[in-house]
Design a protein around this ligand. Structure first.
Ligand code: AMP
Ligand code: ZN
Length: 112
């Protein structure tokens, strides 16, 4: 999928609305439109990268930012427990081909 037709690129560009939780130089955190828990955010890089397998060594800082921003999100929400999920690739049910981490919290989680 090209960046032009990508839903998350449209949100980054401001041409599609979203509930923005955090906006940094490299990342956007938005509320998931179809939340699976009381807190369900999507952490995404502003640049169009389809999957984790498309990251390159130049993205090392970006990759660490994707994880480090969870501290700000947890602080902001006043929580210490959350689940991070990356559906990576079609077989893993990645529906939006723009790299993102699901940040899920606010209810007792079981399994996995
Ligand atoms: P995934 O299956 O990991 O690709 O998940 C994509 C997620 O994006 C799903 O949980 C959707 O509910 C969410 N989503 C799709 N479109 C939007 C949108 N316009 N705004 C916010 N979340 C969205
Ligand atoms: Zn994109």
């Amino acid at each position: 999928m090209s960046a032009e037709s990508c839903v998350f690129c449209k949100i980054v560009a401001g041409t599609l609305p979203a509930d923005i939780i955090l906006d940094t130089e490299d990342l956007l955190v938005i509320k998931d439109i179809n939340p699976q828990a009381p807190i369900h955010y999507l952490i995404l890089p502003k640049k169009h990268i389809e999957t984790l397998l498309d990251l390159n060594p130049m993205d090392t800082l970006l990759a660490s930012e994707l994880l480090m921003i969870t501290q700000r999100l947890a602080n902001k929400a006043g929580i210490k427990s959350f689940r991070l999920v990356a559906n990576n690739g079609k077989e893993a049910n990645q529906r939006v081909p723009h790299l993102h981490l699901h940040f899920v919290a606010g209810s007792k989680m079981t399994g996995f």
